[in-house]
Design a protein around this ligand. Structure first.
Ligand code: UTP
Length: 305
């Protein structure tokens, strides 16, 4: 049997573009990359890595910049810390530190010399990806689900159909101006073929209220298209522009994943995620609920019994 082309192959490689400036979280992001902001005790990047590994990826490519040593340090082996934890008999903590990357999973770091946009960041991964379908995960979109993670759902659908997949979610119409919005054929199950993609349309001209969120399974053809995409808004090479051209050549499906997405690139999204993860936490949930109730009472935000 000949090898199926394009996205019929199972994805093995995931790209994490983390070279942005994170201006919305200044001043914290002067020294702490946005992706290292924690939800409870794990940085955002760890949630995204876990999702990629669960989807079957064994090669993780981080697109960083020269100021973001913290991301590489986080995935590096911490010899001294491990020794200290071992000596102190702190086995549980030791396992946590060791398991940030499971065995058999390798991390590759690529520097994006200049922040020339998300499309340019993805293009930086080309030499490592080669000619196979791959995933892109934006760690500030945190997706919570009790069952299979969002990327795993998308990888399964991509493998079955041979199409590229872009995660979408329904948003209120008044919010279309904050997202890439897609026009699709009728959905079959969770996916529908994308016919057009519009960046941040006003509600009155938006073709739908299906918004793109930060998970993609892409055909490697995207690299050629990125190479020949001229800089768009803000002088940046936009991933959306290259995907819009991919639509003419190959099937690209919108995938309505199962799960709840938190936009941790915004203050309120990070707060919301922290509240939800705390309320769902096996040890913290009762205490967190009580604290929230008393804070609401004390501040007179809500009338509670
Ligand atoms: P954002 O638009 O969220 O930008 O980028 P940002 O710099 O991270 O944050 P703000 O808006 O200034 O607060 C979307 C994703 O693309 C990556 C970012 O790291 C983020 O994951 N990115 C963006 C790059 O890797 N390189 C770029 O040149 C631009």
């Amino acid at each position: 049997m000949t090898q199926a082309s394009g996205a019929h192959r199972r994805i093995r490689k995931a790209v994490f573009p983390v070279a942005g400036l994170g201006t919305r979280f200044l001043p914290a992001t002067k020294t702490v990359p946005k992706e290292m902001l924690p939800i409870i005790d794990r940085p955002l990047i760890q949630y995204a890595v876990d999702e990629a590994v669960e989807a079957g990826c064994d090669t993780l490519i981080f697109i960083t910049n020269r100021y973001k040593h913290a991301v590489a340090d986080y995935f590096d082996k911490a010899y001294e810390l491990e020794q200290k934890l071992e000596k102190a008999g702190k086995q549980q903590q030791l396992e946590m530190v060791r398991n940030v990357l499971p065995d058999g999973v390798r991390a590759v770091f690529v520097t994006q010399a200049e922040a020339l946009g998300l499309g340019h960041a993805v293009l930086c991964a080309k030499p490592i990806i080669g000619d196979e379908p791959f995933a892109v995960l934006l760690p500030d979109d945190l997706i919570w689900n009790r069952g299979d993670g969002a990327l795993r759902q998308m990888a399964d659908a991509a493998e079955a159909s041979g199409a590229s997949m872009i995660a979408v979610q329904d948003v209120p119409r008044e919010q279309t101006g904050s997202y890439g919005i897609v026009a699709t054929d009728a959905f079959e199950g969770r996916s529908g073929r994308i016919r057009a993609m519009v960046e941040k349309p006003k509600p009155e001209v938006a073709p739908s209220n299906l918004a793109v969120v930060g998970r993609y399974v892409l055909d490697p053809r995207i690299f050629d298209l990125l190479e020949s995409t001229s800089p768009g808004a803000g002088g940046e090479i936009q991933l959306t522009d290259a995907i819009a051209r991919l639509l003419d050549e190959k099937p690209v499906h919108a995938f309505r994943f199962q799960g709840t997405r938190f936009d941790c690139g915004t203050h309120i999204g990070l707060i919301e995620a922290t509240i939800r993860y705390a309320l769902d936490h096996e040890k913290l949930s009762d205490a967190a609920a009580q604290l929230m109730q008393s804070a609401l009472k004390e501040l007179g935000v809500l009338e509670l019994d």
